[in-house]
Design a protein around this ligand. Structure first.
Ligand SMILES: Cc1cc2nc3c(=O)[nH]c(=O)nc-3n(C[C@H](O)[C@H](O)[C@H](O)COP(=O)(O)O)c2cc1C
Length: 207
């Protein structure tokens, strides 16, 4: 029940708002710009903002496919994928790569991007992106609801086995997050955020 201070809702009964705020509240989120390829070698590229890093050693990243999509199917087949940093200069091409096209369409071509050979996996990275990870599949976990019923969403996790960093982002050997101009996904149908140096503040952990 809502009161004057908080709007409360149980998602299963509807949010009662003009737009579902979930995406806007759990945000902004980094974008998993995922490259993959089919067993027959058809390249694929798509953005996934249900994406994050989950472990340091070994480094593990993951994204959620809401519905069984081409990236999930490819990664099931080949057990490899790439992650590419989506930046402000690449935002429109990242967006173009999300088009719902048949699996035989190469989204690198569709979005006007150049595939560059990876070092440890067969899947190419986005040459224009200043940071890419080469990943090998560790787990595909189908999500379940509180009743243990399967949800038609799959969490795809992979171990990072190769990392490419454009040298201009290494300042005295330190990776400069803001210089990479990453874009982050907010809510609604079109909200994104950029990261700039003036957003930075430092806070050290208690000893
Ligand atoms: C910024 C952005 C973030 C997205 N995040 C997700 C996501 O987390 N999960 C998902 O299933 N689809 C997401 N999508 C939609 C997919 O990119 C879209 O369905 C795409 O066609 C899937 O491509 P594929 O079938 O080649 O894998 C997102 C789209 C955009 C533009």
């Amino acid at each position: 029940m809502s009161d004057s201070t908080f709007h409360f809702y149980e998602p299963a009964k509807g949010h009662g708002l003009p737009h579902d705020p979930f995406n806007a509240m759990v945000g902004p989120r980094p974008i998993g710009w995922i490259s993959s390829q089919s067993a027959t070698g058809v390249r694929n590229l798509a953005p996934y903002s249900f994406f994050n890093g989950f472990n340091y050693t070994p480094p593990i990243v993951g994204f959620a496919s809401i519905g069984a999509k081409d990236s999930l199917n490819n990664i099931r087949e080949t057990r490899e994928f790439g992650w590419n940093l989506a930046t402000r200069p690449l935002a429109e091409r990242m967006n173009a790569s999300c088009a719902a096209v048949p699996p035989e369409v190469d989204e690198f071509e569709l979005a006007g991007l150049t595939p560059a050979a990876s070092r440890c996996i067969a899947v190419p990275r986005v040459a224009e992106s200043p940071v890419s990870f080469e990943c090998k599949l560790t787990q595909i976990v189908q999500l379940e609801d509180i009743d243990g019923m399967p949800v038609q969403s799959w969490l795809v996790m992979g171990q990072v086995v190769g990392v490419h960093i454009s040298r201009h982002l290494l300042v005295d050997g330190i990776y400069d997050t803001a210089a990479g101009e990453p874009i982050l996904r907010g809510g609604g149908s079109a909200d994104y955020f950029t990261v700039t140096r003036d957003n930075l503040f430092k806070m050290f952990r208690p000893r």
